[in-house]
Design a protein around this ligand. Structure first.
Ligand code: GLA
Length: 384
């Protein structure tokens, strides 16, 4: 997105010049799905698609939000109680304002415009990018860019999503949007919050994102249900989280009848996926994409059969990709129930793979699925 255009949108929205611009990227998770809220490992990259927060200072205590993509505006008085409200998208912003105001990090008003080229609600971390862009804009407007540690800002944004948007997400999306580095994937330990930057840059390798454009209403309720099932399973097995389990403990759970069939499936996914994520990071260090791709297919099968968060369209894309020349691996990325699949392929074969997927998807489902190539981009920053 052009900075000039972004400034123009701010001007036509608020009738004055912007004071500054920040941006926060979306993400794709390479592997490690539904492990973050089990305190496991994830391996996402930030992508070169961003939510921009453009701000203008005000002399009062009012913070306003407008969006270039969604209707409605929000106006929040910093001297009053900050609560959820309309329009629905503003709740991500309201929660962040509340968190920063509680810490005394926003005291002065601002007009904020948000604009994005991340598909909204498409499983590419658009909610987290909105939260991080909001936080960065408010901090920049208050001249307090270093007023909060990155790890704390991640938790503040996660809390905003829990309490103001009602979705009990983990910390993956906010972490990568803030801490992503160009040419690196982030192996994040969701227990300690510590990350290792793993090289992920190679002119011979390509990452394709296939957007099914499908959004299932049950996505957030099913997400909350999965989280609850994991919590209960850990409780029954007498461990704090599923991160604390290994294959042996699962076998014991199976033979003791401690878990019911569904719980066992969920546990099997989480424990297997954490192991695959660690193995995947090793494969990337070794530049072994064939190995990594195999783990991606296994991850997808586990999400489809044990965790049950895939859908027909995602399965069709992954199946087809598996038979294409030059494809290392494919899987759904993000929470599931629609959204996007990712494909890791030889750069030379990426165009042909993309063409084949689009054609097959249109034939089978009678609608388009946009495909775009992406790369590991840098995390959130001040643009101007
Ligand atoms: C969503 C959540 C993340 C994570 C993924 C599944 O993207 O925001 O915290 O749980 O789903 O891996």
């Amino acid at each position: 997105m052009e900075i000039k255009t972004i400034r123009e949108i701010f001007h036509s929205t608020y009738g004055r010049e912007a004071s500054g611009i920040v941006r926060a990227p979306g993400r794709v998770n390479l592997i490690g799905e539904h492990t973050d809220y089990n305190e496991g490992f994830v391996l996402p990259i930030a992508i070169d698609r961003y939510t921009y927060g453009v701000y203008g200072l005000r002399d009062d205590s009012i913070v306003t939000f407008a969006s270039a993509q969604a209707n409605g505006r929000a106006s929040i008085d910093l001297t009053g109680q900050i609560e959820p409200g309309a329009p629905p998208w503003s709740n991500y912003c309201r929660g962040v304002v509340a968190g920063l105001a509680n810490r005394g990090l926003v005291t002065r008003g601002a007009d904020i415009l948000l604009t994005t080229d991340i598909p909204i609600g498409g499983g590419l971390g658009s909610s987290a990018a909105l939260e991080i862009a909001t936080a960065m804009a408010l901090l920049a407007a208050a001249n307090k860019k270093n007023g909060i540690e990155p790890g704390e800002l991640v938790l503040l944004c996660q809390k905003a999503e829990h309490e103001f948007a009602g979705v009990p997400v983990g910390i993956m999306d906010q972490s990568i949007s803030l801490m992503g580095q160009r040419g690196r994937a982030l192996l994040l330990d969701c227990r300690s919050g510590e990350g290792e930057q793993v090289p992920f840059e190679d002119p011979d390798m390509a990452v394709l994102v296939v957007d099914t454009q499908i959004k299932h209403d049950l996505a957030s309720s099913e997400y909350a249900l999965r989280r609850e099932q994991c919590h209960l399973a850990a409780e029954r097995l007498g461990v704090p989280t599923l991160r604390d389990l290994d294959e042996e403990a699962i076998a014991k759970g199976e033979s003791d009848d401690a878990l019911d069939r569904v719980q066992l499936m969920r546990v099997r996914h989480v424990v297997g996926e954490i192991a695959r994520t660690l193995e995947g990071a090793q494969a990337l260090w070794a530049g072994d994409y064939a190995k990594f791709g195999g783990l991606m297919f296994e991850s997808h099968a586990s999400l489809r059969d044990d965790y049950r968060v895939s859908c027909e369209e995602l399965d069709a894309i992954v199946d087809l990709a598996g038979g294409l020349d030059g494809v290392y691996g494919a899987r759904l990325t993000g929470g599931g129930f629609g959204g996007c699949a990712i494909i890791l392929a030889k750069a030379k074969k990426a165009k042909a793979a993309s063409r084949a997927i689009r054609k097959d998807f249109a034939r089978r489902f009678g609608q388009e699925c946009p495909v775009f190539a992406t790369c590991a981009a840098a995390g959130a920053s001040v643009v101007q």
